[in-house]
Design a protein around this ligand. Structure first.
Ligand code: AMP
Length: 300
């Protein structure tokens, strides 16, 4: 079964304590696709400018990512710049140039409207709602967002949250959305406010938590010494997570738990190098090995 993703396609300029990358390929839709395509076909809807070099995404096409929903508009591609602190857990956004993204109205190609698995990557909630209005009967909608929309477009975001099945946040965002300092209380509060019944809270180098039908499941973070560039960790996590679910074709708790581990495993590879340098080379065999290492980390 395939997955539909709507999100950003970007040229990123990133500074980390280990070096810099300028105008390198990035964007939530591409990080997601790069991970999800290890499990199933992926359909992308997004926009680039006339300056975008299409050969940069040929590695994704070879992996079964379909770009029939990629719109090329006159103007520049979306650009984002970020600088990571020494601890790599925090980053400052240096610039966000929306460019062609500013007037983007996601039009879902007819052949994608029956999509069963949908990932709404972190974009304006108004656009996320437009996407949902065009999808006929999704089986599972996974939503990502960020502080910027929680504080800036709360009412609209609440509408999207009501229509999603799984909400993915980081710990800071969960606290902000619930107005609760305690993370566990924050999770209960968000979930008890109605949908979604399933929440994932990412805690960077401390792993991730799945909350489903009133029970918790914790995934550790892989003990990595080599973290070079965390950009796209959240999106590649979501790609591994939803890609595995789509491949399994069911929403059982045991599937969600394995998906959480696959998501964590892909993200751990992504941060080992800048841009897509690591994910480009990642094989299913390497991923399976790391999945087994994750199991060994927590089995007792
Ligand atoms: P992550 O590290 O998982 O949060 O994702 C980073 C990616 O998100 C980068 O490749 C950026 O190009 C992209 N990005 C950053 N800010 C935005 C934004 N406001 N809207 C859409 N995509 C963004």
């Amino acid at each position: 079964m395939s997955v539909l993703v709507v999100g950003s396609i970007a040229l990123d300029t990133v500074e980390t304590p280990y070096g810099n990358a300028e105008d390198s390929l990035g964007g939530s839709a591409l990080y997601f696709s790069s991970a999800a395509s290890l499990f199933c076909p992926v359909n992308v809807v997004g926009v680039v400018g006339s300056d975008f070099d299409a050969s940069k995404i040929s590695f994704l096409k070879k992996r079964g990512v379909n770009f029939d929903g990629l719109y090329v508009e006159s103007g520049d591609t979306f650009r984002w710049g970020g600088r990571y602190h020494k601890n790599l857990n925090q980053r400052d956004t240096l610039f966000t140039y929306l460019n062609v993204f500013e007037s983007f109205q996601p039009k879902i190609p007819a052949q994608y409207r029956n999509a069963e698995y949908v990932f709404l990557a972190n974009i304006d909630p108004t656009l996320q709602l437009q996407v949902l209005d065009q999808i006929k009967k999704p089986k599972l909608v996974v939503l990502d967002t960020m502080n910027f929309w929680i504080s800036g477009k709360r009412a609209m975001l609440d509408e999207v949250v009501k229509r999603c099945d799984i909400l993915i946040l980081n710990d800071e965002e969960a606290r902000e959305l619930s107005d609760e300092p305690n993370l566990i209380t924050a999770i209960h509060k968000i979930s008890s406010q109605g949908k979604p019944k399933t929440l994932i809270v990412k805690k960077g180098e401390h792993g991730a938590v799945l909350f489903h039908k009133n029970s918790f499941f914790f995934a550790p973070a892989y003990p990595l010494e080599k973290v070079i560039d965390p950009t796209g960790a959240g999106d590649s996590f979501a790609g591994g997570f939803l890609g595995y679910i789509a491949k399994s074709g069911n929403l059982r708790l045991s599937t969600l738990k394995k998906a959480l581990i696959y998501g964590s495993a892909v993200a751990s590879f992504n941060v080992e190098d800048f841009s897509f340098n690591r994910l480009k080379k990642l094989t299913m065999e390497e991923l399976e090995n790391r999945y087994q290492e994750f199991k060994a980390l927590t089995r007792f």
